[in-house]
Design a protein around this ligand. Structure first.
Ligand SMILES: Nc1nc2c([nH]c(=O)n2[C@H]2C[C@H](O)[C@@H](COP(=O)(O)OP(=O)(O)OP(=O)(O)O)O2)c(=O)[nH]1
Length: 225
């Protein structure tokens, strides 16, 4: 099967969308960054390779979305949900990157084959919910135990590798538990498992631009009053 893989890179309830520059008929349209699976390569290897080439970051695949979409030339597009484990995305193949929340996905023009994936992506972003209090642990096992306890109590909880700006030392990357449980509940577990609570709202790597909703008149010095 001639496969194209795209990565829905998620972070803090947003997904990374990239704007294509070529070919001309696709330029200006948004996509999940990725590309063609090469001979001898698994789709997962292709996804990790393409994202490293295009964005300069290392991602880890969480899972593939069920959908497969036929695109021109006999290619089939699948999309994997992924997380950045190393690096900050930079532009090379694309001319713009945006972190979009579930309600912002419809606000950019996507390539037609990507559109059927958007409802599921929006749903998983909503499920992840807005970034709330996080439990931070140095031990992955502690983080996973806390997430399991929260899940058993009926809360949503997931574990993510934390990144601390400017830190390259692997030891400095603790594990975060993100949950919709009340802070009080998380606080008790954090005490029990030797972690700590981070209640600061994490900032998206690329904050959405505060664009004016209507043309703004810019007055220059020297303009007639
Ligand atoms: N990467 C990517 N390609 C997509 C998406 N949706 C979609 O229709 N496509 C199409 C555009 C291209 O025709 C094809 C992938 O080509 P590409 O140019 O991104 O992949 P590549 O880097 O491996 O390609 P190439 O330059 O080696 O030919 O799939 C999408 O979400 N991500």
């Amino acid at each position: 099967m001639a496969a194209v893989v795209g990565a829905a890179i998620v972070r803090d309830g947003r997904v990374l969308a990239a704007r294509r520059t070529e070919p001309p008929e696709l330029a200006g349209l948004w996509e999940f960054p990725g590309g063609k699976v090469e001979p001898g390569e698994s789709p997962e290897q292709a996804l990790v390779r393409e994202i490293r080439e295009e964005l300069g970051v290392t991602v880890r695949l969480d899972r593939w979305l069920d959908l497969e979409v036929d695109i021109a030339g006999g290619w089939v597009l699948t999309v994997g949900v992924a997380q950045i484990v190393e690096g900050t995305p930079t532009l090379s193949d694309h001319d713009e990157l945006r972190w979009l929340g579930p309600d912002e996905l419809g606000g950019v023009p996507w390539g037609a084959p990507d559109v059927p994936f958007l409802p599921e992506v929006a749903a998983l972003l909503r499920e992840a919910g807005p970034a709330g209090p996080r439990g931070i642990f140095f031990d992955e096992e502690d983080a996973r135990s806390v997430a399991a306890r929260l899940a058993a109590a009926g809360y949503s909880a997931r574990v993510e590798r934390e990144r601390l700006a400017g830190e390259d030392d692997d030891e400095a990357h603790p594990w975060a538990v993100l949950t919709d449980a009340p802070e009080l509940v998380l606080d008790l577990l954090v005490d029990e498992f030797d972690g700590w609570l981070d209640v600061e709202e994490p900032q998206p790597a690329h904050p959405p631009l505060d664009l004016p909703t209507q043309p703004r008149r810019i007055k220059r010095v020297g303009d007639a009053q």
